[in-house]
Design a protein around this ligand. Structure first.
Ligand code: GDP
Length: 559
């Protein structure tokens, strides 16, 4: 029998039961197989006596459902585990169907609710904490059974500890042939996370996200941990809701997902958090359902805010929109004057400090798909330098890489880093004209790895060529001061200014160079699509003939 099962049977809080058991020298939280029925009766007696002695002190707050974050090393299965839990639960529940990505989700298990924060990884966790908000109640540390404790597992442990969040271990991928959960347990003892089975305090659950094994037990343990923590919140108290994710939606405008920590958030409420405020136009949960109100531990996407809010930002209720606007403006003004002071200080320092040892700066223009990743990655990047090189994010934003980003990068000798964002062909060609490097990533870990290497000056980009267009040469012209122009008909894809091309004659490459000028009639253009004619000037190629084939390549970075 498990502690919480006994607690339910005896109708007492798990925490209370645990206290008695520990007085008896029984420390295990999960397994009570050693208890005899006589002993259980005795416990029951003691509990009865104590409940007569105890008087409730003050107002008893209702229990609050736990908010959980998955942490751990990259590829150990955080995302898969979360997906597996969600999918099984969604499939089990009657209302099937639409789920949307709002940055957090909630599932029901054994009649209780568990809330999961989507953004895995400790960067996001820390970024949120940097804002002074504690959202996570329980950290599930995911460790792959075939891989064991890795550097990011260690980091995750430190972050959870620093935030004072209890750790529950999920040993994942136990379906794998070379899985070695015992080794993981052994490794954990080194970090003061001795498993319960070995006489320690840490709950470990063996799971497989792939085979959907051990998921129920993991959820049970989360609930058990929550019961031990006795989480409470006052639904009638002062509103406090924390941002976990933000994005700008093309139609809906700024959307932020908030998790209510205290009080109740209702449609029509005026709320304020930092520089952002607004009247709540709609509350939408992760199943896409509109809610009239959201109580403690409920994640909801909030529509109607003035701007995107940073993860970790705490929102409270304001009396009116007028008051909220004034408060937001005051905050904005305060932040502006702070940042001006900061800038002045840097210049002053750089004027007066002796330039003996010059500090090199790696300037970055950064774009990401969501406010969450933006904030998280920006935080990590800005802390990556040392005494000799520093990383400076000179601009950051959500959404695709823009023309202004390239121009800014060009003028400040920065690189552009894109995380899960689009880069259009025009932007690529502008970047190549301006000699600005765009680096694209899908994995946070890769950015960190690359920037680390870049800081050491060791980074060698690896490119591969990808055919993006073909054009036939129909005519050639020689123009004074300009040189040879190929009059072409684009047969496939899109010819892009700035791209590399190869001139092919009878199946053989006869020249290679960059498109330095691209014209439709007399107009300079950035791209020409299939079915259209154009004039192409290729740098460094002076032999192009009628019927040659022009193959246009995009340089694609592979690693
Ligand atoms: P994250 O980086 O921690 O979010 O890891 P992912 O969830 O993206 O998983 C990384 C890889 O491990 C993916 O290829 C998954 O398919 C695989 N994976 C995750 N869980 C399991 C598991 O339980 N068993 C096996 N065999 N593979 C898994």
């Amino acid at each position: 029998m498990r502690v919480y099962e006994l607690a339910r049977k005896l109708k007492v809080p798990t925490k209370k039961l645990l206290n008695i058991l520990s007085e008896w020298g029984i420390e295990g939280k999960t397994n009570l197989s050693g208890l005899t029925s006589q002993e259980i009766k005795e416990i029951e007696e003691i509990l009865k006596e104590r409940s007569l002695e105890e008087k409730p002190a003050g107002k008893v707050l209702p229990a609050r459902d736990p908010i959980v974050t998955f942490l751990g090393h990259v590829d150990h299965g955080k995302t898969s585990l979360l997906d597996a839990i969600r999918n099984t639960q969604v499939a089990r529940s009657e209302v099937g169907g639409i789920t949307q990505k709002i940055g957090a989700s909630e599932i029901y298990f054994q009649g209780r609710r568990i809330v999961f924060i989507d953004t895995p990884g400790h960067e996001a966790f820390t970024a949120m904490r940097a804002q002074g908000a504690r959202v996570t109640d329980i950290a599930v540390l995911v460790i792959a059974a075939d891989d064991g404790v890795m550097p990011q597992t260690e980091e995750a442990i430190s972050h959870a500890r620093a935030a004072n969040v209890p750790i529950l271990v999920a040993i994942n991928k136990i379906d794998k042939e070379n899985a070695n959960p015992e080794r993981v347990r052994r490794q954990l003892t080194k970090y003061d996370l001795t498993p319960e089975e070995w006489g320690g305090e840490t709950i470990c659950v063996e799971v497989s996200a792939l085979k959907k094994k051990g998921l129920d037990e993991l959820l049970e343990m989360i609930l058990l941990q929550a019961e031990i923590m006795e989480l409470t919140a006052d639904p009638d108290g002062k509103l406090e809701a924390v941002v976990v994710e933000s994005e700008v939606h093309r139609k809906k405008g700024p959307c932020s997902t908030l998790i209510v920590k205290q009080g109740t958030l209702r449609e029509g409420d005026v709320i304020i958090g930092g520089e952002v405020y607004g009247r709540v136009r709609a509350l939408i949960n992760w199943r896409g359902k509109r809610l009239k109100e959201a109580g403690p531990s409920t994640p909801v996407q909030v529509l109607g805010l003035s701007d995107v809010a940073l993860p970790g930002q705490i929102f409270t209720r304001a009396d009116s929109e007028k008051v909220a606007r004034r408060m937001a403006e005051e905050t904005k003004e305060k932040l502006r004057s702070q940042s001006m002071r900061k800038r002045e200080k840097v210049t002053l320092e750089s004027i007066f400090s002796s330039p003996k040892k010059e500090v090199k700066t790696l300037n970055i223009v950064f774009r990401a798909d969501t406010q969450g990743s933006l904030r998280a990655i920006a935080d990590v990047l800005s802390n990556m330098g040392d005494e000799e090189v520093k990383v400076e994010i000179i601009s950051q934003g959500i959404g695709e890489v823009k023309k202004s980003d390239i121009l800014l990068a060009s003028s400040s000798r920065a690189i552009v880093v894109g995380f899960n964002v689009e880069v259009s062909p025009e932007i690529r060609s502008l970047a190549s004209q301006e000699k600005v490097e765009i680096r694209e990533y899908q994995i946070i870990y890769d950015i960190i790895k690359d920037i680390k290497l870049a800081l050491k000056g060791m980074l060698e980009p690896v490119y591969t060529e990808q055919l993006i267009a073909k054009a036939e040469v129909r005519n050639t012209f020689r123009i004074t001061h300009v040189g040879l122009i190929a009059g072409c008909y684009v047969t496939q894809g899109k010819v892009v200014k700035g791209a590399m091309v190869r001139v092919v004659r009878q199946g053989e490459s006869v020249g290679k160079g960059e498109i330095v000028s691209l014209k439709r009639f007399d107009r300079d253009v950035n791209e020409v699509s299939a079915g259209l004619e154009c004039g192409i000037k290729i740098e460094g190629v002076d032999d192009i003939r009628k019927e040659d084939l022009i193959e246009v390549y995009e340089q694609k970075r592979i690693r």
